[in-house]
Design a protein around this ligand. Structure first.
Ligand SMILES: Cc1ncc(COP(=O)(O)O)c(C=O)c1O
Length: 449
């Protein structure tokens, strides 16, 4: 067994971490998880305040999920799903089709959220060529500024966060863009008018619209006005544009419904799921679609209508077993109906004292998802200069205090596992408040750190 010192050195020397500036990276090597807590190789404990990047539901090491994985491991760890199936992935496909709104009956598996979006984009594109009435001119996508759908090239193309995506523009296909449907910038009617204008002019060439329903997560938990998603569905129906709902963050209960689309009675044409599908235990994602779209891919092999797309580990049986166990836990505990609202209340209580803080501009919360926005000046809403990286420093401080948080710029995300206790959620709130005071209280950042 390597020593902590060796692991720390190897981590620094060989492990290139995602979305991490390695020049300043300070190794933190996790050894194990216990409920909502992460324990590092030096025995330090950190409350997992962001559910290991927004995906853990039942805490780490939940015995039911562990047992389901172990049971499946005794049978088979992996077999391809190209041209054949396995027991848990088949059961899960049926379960997801039952859970998903409307006639979303057909599940295409992949391993990460970005891949679920990528599959949705390609299915939409191909569908219009093969539909009963083909519309091959429909090749473009509508997407939103500030959107985030993952980091493969297709999902990057429909993303809209300058900081992440601008550099890669020469590699990306063209996307028709709309401003973010931010409720602070207008009600549903205002944003829908912009969409309708666009669709009136260009619907003949638009294959699909891609949206993070109800809130843009990585943009900083930007909330959409009520009624907007419903209106988007009506317009996309009216103008023959497919609706791709990216519920990779919002799926599986976080918002208080199993899927965010349900808040507005919307059934998309393609639903993308990931992250919490396995309760954040193993990589798995899914793209679920309707009979109508699926049927357009049926025919003689030689006609070329097959979906020529896939991933080696799509439908992995261990991940599927974990997903089934998580869905059982959600159903048995009526967690979406009871645990989520309770956590939402705890979260609201925990961050409430920050509402009047001179350096908190806004607290945005939807269900069990919260974002605390830091600002230089509360009265004017002026942002801190980006180079000061206040969000980063606040999270560094909370981590030193035993609460693991990760910011989105100057928005601090608070999103603990659904099973977090009142004490744990309060600890996040208190530690965050102290960190904000510490990092934003002083005028001169350098002297405060
Ligand atoms: C809305 C949304 N879509 C897609 C993704 C990409 O998922 P993954 O990181 O699993 O590829 C993310 C990741 O945070 C996301 O927030």
């Amino acid at each position: 067994m390597p020593t902590p010192a060796e692991l720390t050195a190897w981590d620094r020397q060989h492990f290139w971490h995602a979305f991490t500036q390695m020049a300043e990276y300070e190794p933190m090597v996790i050894d194990r998880g216990e409920g909502c807590w992460l324990v590092d190789i030096n025995g330090r404990r950190y409350l997992d305040g962001v559910s290991s990047l927004w995906c853990n539901l039942h805490g780490h090491g939940h015995p039911r999920i562990q047992a389901a994985i172990a049971h499946q491991l005794d049978k088979i760890a992996h077999a391809t799903t190209l041209g054949m199936s396995n027991v848990p992935a088949t059961e899960l496909a049926r379960r997801l089709a039952q859970l998903a709104p409307g006639e979303l009956n057909h599940v295409f598996y992949s391993s990460d959220g970005a891949c679920a979006v990528e599959a949705a984009l390609k299915i939409a594109f191909q569908y219009w060529k093969q539909a009963k009435t083909p519309r091959p001119r429909k090749q473009k996508y509508v997407a939103f500024d500030s959107a985030y759908h993952g980091d493969t090239l297709g999902s990057t193309a429909v993303g809209g966060i300058e900081r992440f995506h601008a550099l890669y523009k020469p590699l990306l296909f063209d996307v028709v863009r709309l401003p973010p449907p931010d409720r602070r910038r207008g009600d549903a009617q205002v944003h829908l008018a912009a969409l309708e204008k666009l669709l009136v002019e260009r619907h003949e060439e638009i294959a699909a619209l891609v949206i993070e329903p109800l809130l843009q997560g990585a943009a900083g938990m930007i909330l959409q006005p009520p009624g907007y998603l419903r209106g988007v569905r009506e317009l996309t129906n009216r103008y023959d544009v497919l609706l791709i709902a990216d519920e990779i963050v919002t799926g599986f209960g976080r918002t208080g419904r199993m899927f965010a689309c349900e808040h507005e009675n919307v059934t998309p044409d393609l639903l993308c799921l990931g992250k919490s599908l396995t309760a954040g235990t193993l990589p798995m994602a899914a793209t679920i679609t309707t009979d109508e779209i699926y049927d357009a891919f049926l025919g003689d092999y030689t006609t070329g209508v097959t979906f020529h797309h896939g991933h080696t580990f799509g439908g992995n049986p261990l991940a599927a077993a974990a997903a089934l166990a998580s869905l059982d836990l959600l159903a048995e505990g009526r967690m979406v109906e009871t645990t989520v609202p309770r956590l939402a209340e705890m979260l609201a209580r925990a961050v409430a004292p920050l509402a009047e803080h001179p350096h908190v501009g806004e607290i945005r919360q939807f269900g069990a998802i919260a974002g605390v926005e830091l600002v230089a000046d509360r009265a004017t809403g002026a942002a801190y200069p980006a180079k000061e990286r206040r969000g980063y420093h606040v999270c560094k401080r909370t981590t030193a205090g035993g609460v693991w948080l990760r910011p989105l710029g100057d928005v601090i995300v608070v999103m603990p596992p659904l099973v977090a206790s009142e004490e744990e959620v309060a600890l996040i709130g208190n530690t965050l408040a102290e960190a904000i005071d510490y990092v934003c209280g002083a005028k001169d950042l350098a002297s405060s750190l």
